[in-house]
Ligand binder design. Structure first.
Ligand SMILES: Nc1ncnc2c1ncn2[C@@H]1O[C@H](COP(=O)(O)OP(=O)(O)OP(=O)(O)O)[C@@H](O)[C@H]1O
Length: 810
């Protein structure tokens, strides 16, 4: 990657019309794969092919004679010189042009720059037009002489090849210069922005330092434990590639042997068969070993990733969609599996095949190889352009598909809500819209795919015909006594090599796409793996005993997912061991948030929470969470048996499970199930009723024998019998424990040691039920509202009425 402006700029955010100039130090670089470098590369290949063909063609006399007695239709050293001139002109003009064009993007009104640019564009096109005109004229004259002039003395095969290559390259290069203007204008779009912090570290969009750049090295490091398998795989790969490299040679040998004798033919055919068999056996091992390494890698990666995900703080899950995380686990890891093992093996195989085949092709006939190499760039440029387009489209296609997937997952997992709102048609319509978006991209891809097939197919056919025609001519030369000809067997081998190189090339471009996908997937996976939970999940002190004392000291809290709204504004209270404290207040006031903070699902913005006289941040979260049990109003069970749900997270004997179930009034209903404690509860416990789920959750909490019990009373009405059973279980669970309850029932608040009224993030009132009722405050209003809603039983109603009348009398 080249530096565009090595000096680091400092600028403020401002709109320059096209993009926002980033705040702070930054610089830009240009990608290596860009117009200028591609052009220089093509000209270099042209020069190498030309010089090699010129130097390998003919004996010394011929070689010298060709120079001293220069003749337009017979000499070729002019073409080799022209190739060198091309290098000089492109290497001098293009980098300057790129530089001035880049500057001009920032100084569009600089006339000097504009004039200089125009001149350079014209010069570039002019030079390459001259080169094209010269080589085309020369090629035309030679072709004319071959066809019409019987006295014309044929050139050496290599020289013929040189003329063909010079003409083809000149056409390609001239066509490329036509795109110079457009490509230079795109410099600003393709440049890569690097931001830095004040310490000089490179940072990403969000200002976080880019710790370890995702590169092949890190990907390869992932596969380190599989090194042994991979080395064995590589050995098999080398043997199997060797076999496929030499096999075509024997293919040709069989054709030639057939023209000599039967015994020769049989012998050569058997050798060829043996080579293929050895190749296949090693291919089999190669394939098996690489796939095995991949499977091991992905299994390890998935496990590691999953345990890393579940270690993240709760706030992370508030902002990250479940579907997205599942995608990372399922498909991103799969993409990485292929990229780090099977794809790398394929890449090495194709590279070996290409280099080996090309070397043997040169060995068989340099001229024929030269002709082939001359037509390759045309096909490859088209293929690369198409590849880029496909990559962009594929990315969009995947994104749209992922949107559809996430939406489907959300709808299906909350099918009950969808059904109860009769939302089936709506979700189907939304899903169809998402799918349609991906279909539109898929359609474009289909059309482009067809076009590409057609164009590249015709080009390939043209290239093969050219090679075949030229090879045929060499066979003809051979049978008619020219020393530069080849046998039909060599032509056969050559054609097979051509196909092998073409296939390796085509498959390699497909691999490029896979690698790009893998880089994308690895960025996402490594991002996740590198992410450190802001609320740690382990480490800290483990005490011998934990008392249930809880203290909030001036707690301010904002949910990270909604940074603009402060939810708790200076909350302070104490819960002493053995007390039952009720949190009450209007909906959205912050009661559940307080409970979340006690579980240390989040850390407060400021203030201290102490549990058993120690700040929560000093305790080992995994340890203290076992001492603090939470029973929520809508418990979520796991899709396993009742027994496993109660034992969740701990080894517990069936006797213990039964004992806590009895205490939680759950044993009775569990015993009525045919499979008892082994009964499966279904996804999120759907096969149990609300009351049953709550009692299982209470049993779960009791099994932990918690020092502190956090309760969220159900607001949803259960039937009287069920409510009675749940209430009885809750009362039993509360006995002898420190309890904080988000209370909705008057009976609960009346029994509470202390009632804390939370309203809009602050403590509105604090005291016993009787004290608070005496105040004409939020609590009294709440109680009256409950009375009106009829949400209290007859005894409560009478007691409250009596109390209020007494208050009014006073
Ligand atoms: N995970 C979250 N991310 C962002 N905001 C949240 C989150 N959970 C709750 N809130 C917001 O915090 C505020 C307090 O919510 P909280 O659930 O603590 O209220 P509550 O008093 O328990 O209400 P209710 O009695 O209805 O359960 C609400 O405005 C809510 O929208």
């Amino acid at each position: 990657m080249d530096k565009v402006n090595g000096a680091v700029n400092r600028s403020e955010d401002q709109d320059d019309g096209e993009e926002l100039i980033p705040k702070g130090p930054h610089r830009y670089t240009l990608p290596s794969l860009r117009y200028t470098n591609i052009c220089i590369g093509v000209v270099l290949v042209d020069a190498i092919v030309s010089v090699v063909l010129w130097l390998t063609g003919g004996n010394t006399d011929y070689f010298v004679d060709n120079i001293t007695n220069f003749h337009l239709k017979e000499s070729v050293f002019d073409l080799a010189i022209m190739a060198s001139l091309k290098i000089v002109s492109i290497v001098t003009i293009l980098p300057i042009l790129e530089n001035t064009s880049y500057r001009q993007l920032d100084e569009p009104y600089n006339r000097d720059l504009g004039r200089r640019n125009t001149l350079l564009h014209i010069l570039l096109k002019f030079f390459f037009l001259v080169f094209l005109a010269y080589s085309a004229t020369k090629g035309g004259l030679i072709l004319y002489a071959i066809i019409n002039d019987s006295n014309y003395e044929r050139m050496h095969a290599e020289y013929n090849a040189l003329v063909i290559s010079a003409v083809s390259f000149s056409i390609i290069q001239f066509l490329m210069t036509l795109f110079s203007g457009r490509s230079m204008r795109r410099l600003k779009v393709i440049r890569i922005l690097h931001r830095y912090n004040d310490a000089g570290e490179e940072i990403d969009k969000d200002g976080k330092p880019i710790k370890e750049a995702v590169n092949l090295k890190r990907l390869a490091k992932l596969a380190k434990p599989e090194a042994g398998i991979l080395v064995a795989g590589c050995f098999c790969l080398i043997v199997s590639s060797g076999s496929s490299i030499v096999a075509p040679l024997f293919f040709g040998a069989v054709v030639d042997a057939a023209q000599r004798s039967m015994s020769d033919l049989t012998r050569t055919a058997i050798i060829m068969l043996l080579i293929y068999i050895v190749g296949s056996i090693f291919s089999m091992f190669r394939n098996g070993l690489f796939t095995l390494a991949g499977q091991r890698l992905v299994a390890r990666l998935r496990t590691e990733l999953f345990s890393h995900i579940v270690q993240q703080e709760i706030a992370f899950f508030d902002t990250t969609r479940t579907g997205e995380l599942c995608n990372r686990l399922a498909s991103d890891t799969q993409v990485l599996q292929n990229a780090t093992t099977v794809n790398i093996s394929m890449l090495v195989r194709y590279i070996l095949q290409m280099i080996g085949s090309l070397a043997l092709m040169f060995y068989l006939n340099a001229a024929l190889t030269g002709v082939l190499l001359a037509v390759v760039p045309l096909v490859s440029i088209t293929a690369v352009q198409y590849g880029k387009f496909v990559k962009r489209m594929q990315q969009q296609f995947q994104d749209r598909l992922a949107d559809a997937g996430t939406m489907a997952e959300e709808s299906i997992s909350s099918i009950r809500t969808v059904r109860s709102f009769s939302g089936e048609n709506k979700v189907s319509k939304t899903y169809a819209e998402h799918v349609d978006k991906s279909y539109q991209i898929g359609r474009k891809l289909a059309i482009a795919g067809g076009l590409f097939e057609g164009i590249v197919g015709s080009m390939t056919a043209g290239a093969i015909t050219l090679v075949l025609w030229y090879g045929g001519k060499l066979v003809y030369d051979n049978t008619h006594g020219h020393h530069s000809g080849i046998t039909p067997g060599v032509l056969t081998s050559f054609l097979l090599y051509t196909l092998q190189v073409a296939m390796a090339f085509a498959l390699m471009s497909a691999l490029y796409g896979d690698f790009m996908k893998a880089v994308g997937a690895s960025v996402r996976i490594f991002d996740l793996l590198d992410r450190k939970a802001t609320v740690p999940n382990d480490g800290g002190e483990i005490m011998t005993r934990l008392s249930g004392r809880v203290e909030f000291k001036d707690i301010f809290f904002t949910y990270p997912s909604r940074p603009e709204t402060q939810v708790l504004k200076g909350i302070s209270f104490t819960v002493n061991p053995g007390e039952m404290v009720a949190l009450v207040g209007p909906s959205g006031g912050g009661k559940s948030t307080i409970v979340n903070l006690i579980e240390r699902f989040y850390d407060p913005d400021s203030g201290t929470i102490t549990l058993g006289d120690r700040p929560l941040t000093e305790l080992d979260p995994q340890w203290f969470r076992q001492k603090v049990s939470m029973v929520s109003q809508e418990p979520t069970l796991f899709a396993s048996s009742i027994k496993d749900n109660i034992a969740y997270g701990q080894d517990a004997s069936i006797e213990k499970i039964e004992a806590v179930s009895k205490e939680a009034n759950a044993h009775e209903f569990i015993s009525t199930f045919e499979e008892g404690y082994e009964t499966l509860v279904g996804e999120r416990g759907v096969r149990l009723s609300g009351g049953q789920k709550q009692r299982v959750a209470i049993a779960q909490a009791l099994k932990m024998d918690p020092a502190l019990l956090l309760l969220d009373e159900a607001t949803s009405a259960l039937d009287a019998e069920s409510e009675h059973l749940v209430q009885e279980a809750i009362d039993r669970a509360m006995k002898g424990r420190t309890v904080i309850v988000i209370a909705h029932r008057l009976s609960t608040v009346r029994n509470a040691s202390k009632v804390i009224v939370i309203d809009k993030g602050v403590i509105a009132e604090i005291g016993t039920h009787d004290e608070l009722l005496a105040n004409d405050g939020v609590y009294k209003k709440l109680v009256l509202r409950q009375l009106n809603a009829g949400a209290v039983n007859a005894a409560d109603l009478a007691a409250i009425r009596e109390q209020i009348t007494k208050d009014e009398e006073e």
